[in-house]
Design a protein around this ligand. Structure first.
Ligand code: ADP
Ligand code: ASP
Ligand code: MG
Length: 405
């Protein structure tokens, strides 16, 4: 008998038929004698719709209230999935994140899991139930509802698998594994049999939304091996696990395009110690995630000035602008320019650690196609560039073709 955590994403529970499919799969595992904990997302489109409703009332709604609102999406699907299992005569009980013992910090809309006390989950499993847990949500020690960031049901599943010491963690989605690029964008993309945590983490944080990046970070920290697979067929999926020596033989494991980035340029910033610190501390204090940062070297006479550009998620753009606006007078920033028409294109692979010439090859492909590079950032295992959003998809295909085929 194994203890299995299965997570089903929005498309996999997108309508009553799909929910019945999920129930049938769960029932199959249970009939083998396994104990099954199911984590579900909201039905596809529901979270987006709720956000849209709130923003129609006010552009920057209170984040505590957003959590109360967004958590309702997953409550619908836990109940519907339990009902679908009952229809198959399988005993099943749904639990909210809080009821499942998921305790988080109080950073609304991006809460981090503090700890999980899955006493209730164990109790229900031991009574013979399938336990269905609402993904993406938790509760602060004070009892406030929180959510774990977009795509956060992945994190719920992986954190629960760690807390329950599950034998198996399966992430069911609408593709049958992790590919070398988004298969919707690059038809030639190849399915990977396995991928290291570090590569998956980079791909996820660089726009491959097949896994939420924080969930991969968590899996790496706690050594949770998981499989990404399809809820629509029985094809073997992709195993995400610790890096092995043979993984280094491949230079580029995958290509990712992030279309959800925005660039903010601060023009004419006084070039003196402490200014950048103040700007980025204020952004951090407002929980704006900043990714790439580029600062020009200041030239010329007079009091030295510089330009600073940085990227953030489009969803945080308005908040970031508010923070900057507050500092603008005080610091003496001449102008603020925003650009939402950027794409961030990245290549990822642990093999880059031991290979040279990778950046040159990537930049040459873009140059050949007349694509201008904006910002550049690199790490040991990735190279990212910002480019014109309109050229993003074509550039992704060209770079994939050059490195992977
Ligand atoms: P779920 O609702 O199940 O959580 P998501 O929509 O969050 O599913 O993630 C699955 C989607 O991720 C796929 O439909 C696919 O288009 C996209 N995707 C992006 N990059 C990749 C990749 N490298 N491999 C597989 N899928 C990817
Ligand atoms: N429903 C949430 C979202 O759309 C969480 C998830 O799907 O994982 O982001
Ligand atoms: Mg997802």
């Amino acid at each position: 008998m194994a203890l299995i955590v299965q997570k089903y994403g929005g498309t996999s529970v997108g309508n009553p038929e799909r929910i019945k499919n999920v129930a049938a799969r769960v029932a199959q595992y249970r009939s083998r004698g396994d104990q099954v904990v199911v984590v579900v997302s909201a039905m596809s489109g529901v979270t987006d719709h709720l956000i849209k409703l709130a923003r129609e009332i006010m552009p920057l709604p209170n984040e505590r209230e957003m959590d109360v609102l967004l958590a309702t999406g997953e409550l619908q699907t836990i109940a519907l999935t339990a009902i679908a299992l009952h229809a198959l005569n399988v005993p099943a009980v749904s639990l909210t994140g809080a009821q499942a013992g998921i305790v988080t910090d109080g950073v609304h809309t991006k809460a981090k899991i503090h700890n999980i006390t899955p006493r209730k989950v164990h109790e229900l499993l031991n009574q013979g139930n399938v336990v269905i847990v609402a993904g993406f949500q938790g509760e602060t020690p004070e009892g406030q509802v929180t959510t774990l960031g977009r795509g956060g049901s992945d994190l719920t599943a992986i954190a629960l698998a760690a807390a329950l010491k599950a034998d198996l963690c399966q992430i069911y989605t609408d593709v049958d594994g992790v590919y070398t690029a988004d298969p919707r964008l690059v038809p030639q993309a190849k399915k990977l049999a396995e991928i290291s945590y570090d590569e998956m983490l980079e791909l996820a944080s660089l726009g491959a939304k097949v896994m939420q990046s924080r969930s991969v970070e968590f899996a790496k920290k706690f050594g949770v091996v998981f499989e990404v697979r399809s809820s629509l067929n029985d094809n073997p999926g992709t195993l995400v696990k610790e890096e092995t020596k043979s993984m280094e033989e491949v230079v580029v494991r995958g290509v990712a395009l992030d279309k959800n980035q925005a660039k903010i340029t601060l023009v004419g910033v006084p070039d003196k110690p402490g200014v950048a610190a103040r700007i980025f501390k204020a952004l951090g204090d407002s929980t704006v995630n900043v990714d790439m940062i580029v600062q020009n070297i200041s030239h010329g006479a007079g009091s030295p000035q510089t330009d600073i550009s940085f990227t953030t998620e489009k969803a945080d753009l308005l908040k970031a602008c508010k923070v900057i606006e507050k500092l603008r007078q005080e610091i003496g920033i001449r102008d603020v320019i925003t650009d939402e028409k950027i794409g961030k294109l990245s290549i990822v692979g642990v093999g880059m650690k031991s290979h040279t010439g990778v950046a040159g090859k990537m930049f040459s492909v873009l140059a050949r196609d007349g694509i201008n590079i904006g910002m550049i950032s690199t790490s040991e295992i990735k190279i990212s560039v910002t480019i014109d959003l309109a050229r993003g998809e074509a550039a992704t295909r060209a770079v994939h073709e050059a490195f992977i085929g």
